[in-house]
Design a protein around this ligand. Sequence first.
Ligand SMILES: Nc1ncnc2c1ncn2[C@@H]1O[C@H](COP(=O)(O)OP(=O)(O)OP(=O)(O)O)[C@@H](O)[C@H]1O
Ligand SMILES: [Mg+2]
Length: 224
Amino acid sequence: MQLEINNVSKSFGKKKVLENLSFEVNSGEIIGLVGENGAGKSSLLHILATISKADSGSIRLGKWIYGKNRKQLRRMVGFVPQDIALWEDMSVEENMLFFEKLSWINRSKIELKQLCEDMELLKWKESVHTLSGGMKRKLNMAISLIHNPGLLLLDEPTVGIDLRSKKEIAEYLKQTAQVDNKMIMYTSHDMDEIQSICDAVVCIGNDPFYENLLREANMKIISI
Ligand SMILES: Nc1ncnc2c1ncn2[C@@H]1O[C@H](COP(=O)(O)OP(=O)(O)OP(=O)(O)O)[C@@H](O)[C@H]1O
Ligand SMILES: [Mg+2]
């Protein structure tokens, strides 16, 4: 499967956030989105998650076209927002069961529990408000995987996560990209992490500072 982004632009009022952005991603690839605060990384992920729309340009995922095939696209995309979205008064188990009901795939309780364990989130019976920020983030990631999406969009998934969990998440992402042939796009401000996980990067916002940083790190840049 291929994601093709062609000349995409997006503005909020007078502020141009994305300007003629074009690049392609294939299944099995992990692409990092980098750029300064306010550059437009989350805005791009929102467009790809079909939560918001580009002003111009075209986007295609496999045979489906953004702006035309929203329903089909939603089934193929998993999204972990920058801000955590969970039911705080319910347990991990109840959250997983709730979001499984919302998805179009039937998953057994054992499968749902396994998804959490893949993330090293071993708090199945515990109430979400008792979890740490990092654990909530892992739960958000597990939820985004319930419907087995081919394209996974992660907005700063490793913020506030301890070093061990960061490494576990990195390993998990690499493995699921390779073994399950998933396409992953994710944002991070951690260059070392980007370098160790990503096959290539997209630099958002025409920023020479970031471009230099990426060149120095010998990263493959697919769009500037
Ligand atoms: N719904 C909105 N309405 C108006 N302006 C918005 C909206 N969403 C984003 N913006 C603006 O668009 C710009 C890009 O925001 P975005 O959240 O995409 O940046 P980002 O690269 O994700 O930044 P960060 O690294 O801080 O998460 C910012 O100036 C932001 O204020
Ligand atoms: Mg953001």
